[in-house]
Design a binder for this molecule. Structure first.
Ligand SMILES: [Zn+2]
Length: 319
């Protein structure tokens, strides 16, 4: 995340850009068709706990009294119009998957055993070794994509200037399972240091995505795959990925707010000064700031606003 400081020395304007090393995705807010069914899934398969529930919205985290790094929850689920039937890959900009980052490799091993035993195979998507991380992909009852992953030691990531080496190769399952050979190595709950490591979005155009995420948000463009750009703050492999794998002719989620899928994802800026600087940054680029429609659910943050990226994907910034 950028903090911009304009320092004026006579007629020279020096622009100093500081990437906020603390930037991370705080939480994702999803729209689901059947809250009870989703809660059952997120608790029994992923080990989430319900932090709070208010009418048709539930807030989930790794423990019922979760609060680390000022996160109050990791996932919010809101039930929308029950007549909607979950659909795979709606032709709308939005979530490809959100990614649950586990704090240690052994937990990924426990999770693999957990899904082998308990996951309905219809919800299974795949596994991959990305060099920087190891990942397991599933989806929830509404086809919201979920990646569960563990980062390799950043000291092992290979950088060439600002580009990080990432691949998609088969996961070495045998080797991963060695982490959980003891009988009591079980997946009981989500480890407390779990976080949302990144979000991966369907967008309509990579250049537009790059303008928003690199030029305006000041993230680093860390990798390019066919049809996909990856962006990160600091030296992370990616906090946000964007792809055009659904094609460029997809609609904006703003056109149908009742649609299942991503409502918004949220970024915690940690201090008011950075939030204000970012707000000015958006105004400078003539990007609408939405402070009016903050829901009751979001009022727990001391300061907060929404913006929409160029595909109408809603992002919340808060302190
Ligand atoms: Zn991912």
């Amino acid at each position: 995340m950028c903090s911009l400081f304009y320092l004026k020395y006579s007629k020279t304007i020096i622009i100093l850009i500081l990437i906020n090393p603390k930037l991370k995705i705080d939480h994702v807010h999803l729209k689901v068709s059947d809250l009870e069914k989703s809660l059952q899934f997120y608790q029994s398969i992923l080990g989430f706990k319900i932090v709070r529930q208010k009418s048709k919205t539930a807030f989930l985290s790794s423990s019922a009294s979760f609060e680390t790094n000022s996160s109050l929850f990791l996932i919010a689920l809101t039930e929308v119009n029950n007549d909607l039937k979950p659909q795979r890959r709606q032709r709308v900009a939005g979530l490809y998957h959100f990614a649950i980052l586990l704090p240690e490799r052994r937990y990924l091993s426990y999770f693999l055993k957990q899904i082998q035993k308990n996951l309905n195979p219809e919800y299974y998507e795949g596994m991959a070794d990305h060099a920087v991380s190891e990942s397991i992909y599933i989806h929830d009852p509404d086809f919201n994509g979920i990646e569960v992953y563990n980062d390799r030691d950043p000291a092992e990531w290979k950088w060439k200037d600002h580009i990080v080496h990432m691949v998609t190769e088969p996961l070495n399952v045998q080797d991963l399972l060695k982490e959980s050979t003891a009988v009591d190595n079980e997946w009981n709950e989500l480890p407390t240091k779990t976080s949302i490591g990144h979000v991966h979005l369907h967008v309509s155009n990579l250049d537009k995505a790059k303008k928003f995420y690199q030029e305006i948000l000041d993230l680093n463009h860390t990798a390019t795959f066919p049809g996909a750009y990856f962006f990160a703050a600091n030296r992370y492999h990616h906090h946000i990925a964007t792809n055009t794998w659904l094609g460029e002719n997809i609609s904006s989620p703003k056109n149908d707010t009742n649609k299942l899928g991503l409502d918004h994802y949220a970024i915690n800026l940690h201090n008011e000064k950075d939030l204000l600087l970012l707000k000015n940054r958006f105004l400078e680029f003539k990007i609408n700031i939405d402070e009016e429609q903050l829901t009751e659910n979001d009022n727990q943050f001391s300061s907060s606003f929404y913006v929409y990226d160029f595909d109408g994907i809603k992002i919340q910034f808060f302190v």
